[in-house]
Design a binder for this molecule. Structure first.
Ligand code: NAP
Length: 260
């Protein structure tokens, strides 16, 4: 609970700092994206939850949000497909009339040492994790420039900063997101748009739970805080950036001290 929440509770009014804002969360149906969607909705935003295949998971997040008196819709789209994304953006604009916050969260891993990595595995990860950021951002940026406000928040990774064994494809995509973030931040700062990245460390989602148990326990042992992060801890950083006016081009590390 933030100080604002406490003050609001004491005054018996509910302050919703993102009231009336419209947010899109790619890959918002599971893991970190689902936590981001819930948290944005909790702060008052209308949230479009993008997913690719698991509509049941997206529906579950919407149910939670609605039970909490929030507002959300689910939109199926493959982030690596520019036409799907153009359609998604149109659907959200038609429904809510604007877009204020874009969270580029959808991502996959296809881990393999570079010698064994296929061209298909390389391309798949670059397309879903990095070309997706081009697809979504290019589809909303003119709209944000016209309204002279916007937040683009890219979920990168500690692996994009420190590298990862068997993760050349993933590290390249995630490092690419950071360079993209800084460059677009420079180009749009004077137009009321902020562009930032969040770099999670190891977070307890299906993506990380897919790691072999012995590898995962070695990773956790290296984390100064000695535990995995939670999706909610990433969502807190996103909601903070969604409200911050004077922060742009930054990379916020949420990693338990694993990379400083
Ligand atoms: P996750 O649990 O595997 O969830 C992935 C989400 O992305 C799902 O909602 C999935 O939807 C969606 N998705 C995958 N491919 C998609 C596509 N082509 N088009 C649209 N949606 C797609 O992953 P996570 O752990 O929450 O990770 C979320 C983000 O954080 C990723 O970018 C990841 O790289 C990054 N990250 C995660 C960690 C970690 O420790 N977990 C650490 C650093 C960074 P469907 O279920 O419908 O396919």
């Amino acid at each position: 609970m933030t100080v604002l929440d406490v003050v609001a509770a004491e005054n018996k009014t509910i302050v919703k700092p993102l009231e009336g804002k419209v947010a899109i969360v790619t890959g918002g149906s599971r893991g970190i994206g689902a936590a981001i969607a819930r948290e944005l909705a909790d702060k008052g935003a209308h949230v479009a939850i993008n997913y690719q295949s698991r509509s049941d998971a997206a529906d579950e997040v919407i149910k939670d949000i609605e039970e909490n008196e929030g507002s959300a819709i689910a939109v199926k789209a493959d982030v690596s497909n520019s036409q799907d994304i153009a359609d998604l953006i149109e659907e959200v604009k038609n429904k809510y009339g604007k877009i204020d916050i874009l969270v580029n969260n959808a991502g996959i891993t296809r881990d393999r040492t570079f010698r064994r990595l296929s061209e298909e595995e390389w391309n798949e990860v670059i397309n879903v994790n990095l070309n997706s950021v081009y697809n979504t951002t290019s589809a909303v940026i003119n709209h944000m420039l016209e309204q002279k406000s916007g937040r683009v928040i890219n979920i990168s990774s500690i692996i994009g900063q420190a590298g990862g064994f068997g993760q050349t494809n993933y590290a390249a995509a995630k490092a690419g997101m950071i360079g993209f973030t800084k460059s677009l931040a420079l180009e749009t700062a004077r137009n009321g748009i902020t562009v930032n990245a969040v770099c999670p460390g190891f977070i307890g989602t299906e993506m990380v739970q897919a790691m072999p148990e012995d590898v995962l326990s070695k990773v956790v042992a290296k984390v100064p805080m000695q535990r995995l992060g939670t999706p909610e801890e990433i969502a807190e950083a996103v909601v903070f950036l969604a409200q911050a006016d004077y922060i742009t081009g930054q990379t916020i590390n949420v990693n338990g001290g694993l990379y400083m």
